[in-house]
Design a protein around this ligand. Structure first.
Ligand code: MRU
Length: 344
């Protein structure tokens, strides 16, 4: 099961808003549908959004509206703004535009072929990176551990395997028995709906808990590690992830529980010195009043809905990437990792 795929002239993806009730695939040839699907979380998770962004740019090349190069550039501008926090989106759209720059004076067919190659490279690299993160992080988990995760940082948040969940998949494949506590992740329940579904598909022991119960289980010594993904990491190691991650890191630190972040290098934003500069998406307050649940607050109740928060680097035990496990001080380890991958 791949979360997103290129099918010659169209994109095929799982509509994650239908899970776990039904596994529904959608196909489209219109980049605007992909933008809408990212906004409504039919496609979600930072790496998956990056791949979807690249494929949306490719759709605009395959189905141009007017002159080809102008049409692609216009679409790319719209696509890059679909969601503001996950830097993977801008990273992938920029990669497509750099490719376009190199071929823009060639024929339309050459341009389309070049952009197809680039989108498929990004798609393939996502899978390779996720597998490598899983293998690199698996050494952190021991047989019999119970780990707590927040939101969904699994196969559904990427093309396959996932980031945080890839570590659990790799550890279990090597014979370790790992139990997972999944925060339900209000308001849109990515943990209860998606993480629990994914782990149950793979027959990994999973227990869904209310977000507000995480402190109870951590303080009672029932959690050996917290493991999460990320939407953007600043160059000092501050980590943005689904809202509710920051309080988890505080409670974990208070009780001496390690706090692991798993993310590909494409999630690191070397332009930002610290997490203070990470843009936090504010979503519709209606998601809190009646997101995936029937209406749970009085009609007209006020609500506020930041979708992400920032965990300071000092509370992050390690950052697992595809090139290895990064340790504090993160300014150093991040800049060395980016240099080794020739990104700066
Ligand atoms: O709003 P979402 O569901 O896109 O938020 C996703 C997350 O917060 C994930 O934890 C993050 O993207 C890491 S995914 C590998």
């Amino acid at each position: 099961m791949l979360t997103i795929e290129w099918k010659g002239d169209r994109v095929r993806y799982i509509d994650q808003t239908e899970l776990p009730r039904a596994t529904v695939y959608k196909e489209t040839t219109d980049y605007r549908d992909v933008i809408e699907s990212m906004k409504t979380l039919e496609i979600r998770g930072a790496p998956a959004i990056g791949v979807a962004g690249a494929m949306a740019v490719l759709l605009s090349a395959c189905h141009p509206e007017g002159e080809l190069v102008e049409s692609i550039k216009r679409a790319a501008g719209e696509i890059a703004c679909a969601r503001p926090t996950a830097v993977n989106l801008v990273w992938a759209v920029d990669a497509m535009l750099r490719k376009l720059d190199r071929v823009e004076n060639e024929t339309d067919q050459v341009i389309r072929n070049a952009l197809t190659d680039e989108a498929l490279r990004i798609w393939q690299e996502d899978q390779t990176a996720c597998k490598a993160m899983g293998d690199n992080g698996a050494e952190l988990l021991e047989d019999g551990m119970t780990v707590l995760t927040h939101c969904n940082a699994g196969a559904l948040a990427t093309v396959d395997y996932g980031t945080a969940l890839s570590v659990i998949y790799s550890a279990t494949e090597s014979g370790k028995r790992i139990s997972v506590y999944a925060d339900e992740t209000r308001p849109l329940l990515q943990g209860a709906r998606l993480t629990a579904w994914e782990l149950m598909q793979r027959e990994i022991d999973v227990t869904v808990i209310c977000d507000s119960a995480a402190g109870y289980f951590i303080s009672h010594g029932e959690i050996d590690a917290v493991i999460v993904g990320s939407d953007r990491i600043a160059s000092n190691g501050d980590v943005a992830n689904k809202v509710g991650t920051y309080p988890l890191s505080v409670v974990a630190s208070r009780h001496g529980v390690p706090f692991y972040v798993v993310a590909p290098l494409s999630t690191i934003d070397p332009r930002l010195d610290s997490g203070e500069d990470i843009p936090i998406e504010m979503r519709d307050p209606g998601e809190i009043i009646s997101g995936f649940c029937p209406s749970i607050a009085p009609e007209g109740a006020k609500a506020r809905n930041p979708a992400f928060d920032v965990t300071p680097a000092e509370l992050v035990t390690v950052i697992v990437t595809e090139v290895g496990v990064l340790r504090p001080p993160y300014d150093d380890s991040i800049s060395r990792a980016l240099k080794s991958a020739k990104i700066d």
